[in-house]
Design a protein around this ligand. Structure first.
Ligand SMILES: [Fe+2]
Length: 253
């Protein structure tokens, strides 16, 4: 059985500024045209652009068109202007665990109010260590947060990684986390370190695209012994594709 995740990020929904509403609707159409319906969507943060009430109202409406269970977390833009309180009001918790078959998602907050830097901090690290030890290798473990765990190319001067990236990376590798999903810098990228696949989503609907990368999202297919990650360019064109061999960790479900 194959599980399909739509991993998207940095929608930057707004009633003015960098939000490209037309592109958002093209994204919805692109999802409708996928050969297989995805099982779940992951939004890795920067849902809105300035954290204001009108943006959250618009975001709630636009995201409802997805027709898909979506796990969301906050990005630095969502936390602007006391936006964290509105995120909670409109979308509920921004930190939680979620289970889908043998997939176990840990959705975490990396931003801080009115700051662009991110970190998980010791409290979340302790919690993660405890939970990851408890579940061992019985699940395919997926972490979701907004900032970068390690630097990615084409993202400019480095100030995008978690402030405590070293400790979080150690925790991730030591506990064989299978997949880490991030956003933030509007760059698609993926690589594998030991048993851990890292995947960064580009931006779905911000006008602040980088170079000629355009707007995109990731389609992630998890098979019993492989993970495929495809960058889908919303306006067409060829995106990156990766196929990683993984240790079979789950049976038919
Ligand atoms: Fe961001």
């Amino acid at each position: 059985m194959v599980l399909r995740i739509i991993h998207f990020s940095d929608t930057h929904i707004s009633d003015f500024g960098q939000f490209n509403e037309k592109m958002f609707y093209k994204f919805l159409e692109r999802i409708d045209k996928l050969e297989h319906k995805p099982d779940i969507g992951i939004h890795s943060g920067d849902v809105v652009d300035n954290g204001t009430l009108s943006e959250y109202e618009l975001a709630k409406d636009l995201l409802s068109h997805l027709n898909l269970k979506v796990l969301l977390t906050t990005g630095n833009h969502d936390e602007r202007n006391y936006g964290g309180s509105l995120f909670h009001e409109f979308f509920g918790d921004s930190e939680y665990e979620h289970e889908l078959g043998k997939l176990k998602f840990f959705v975490l907050n990396s931003p801080m109010p009115d700051r662009d830097e991110g970190r998980l901090g010791r409290r979340r690290q302790f919690y993660l260590q405890r939970r990851l030890s408890e579940i061992g290798d019985s699940y395919f473990k997926i972490l979701v947060f907004h900032h970068h765990l390690i630097p990615v190319p084409y993202s400019g001067r480095e100030m995008n990684v978690l402030e405590d990236a070293g400790d979080v990376l150690n925790l991730v590798l030591k506990n064989n986390v299978n997949l880490v999903l991030m956003g933030h810098r509007h760059i698609h990228y993926s690589l594998k370190i030991n048993n851990t696949i890292l995947a960064y989503a580009g931006t779905v609907s911000s006008r602040r695209t980088r170079g000629r990368f355009g707007n995109s999202f990731n389609l992630i297919e998890i098979e019993e012994d492989r993970v495929h990650i495809e960058e889908i360019k919303i306006e067409g064109g060829i995106g990156m594709k990766y196929s990683y061999k993984i240790k079979p960790i789950y049976q038919e479900y």
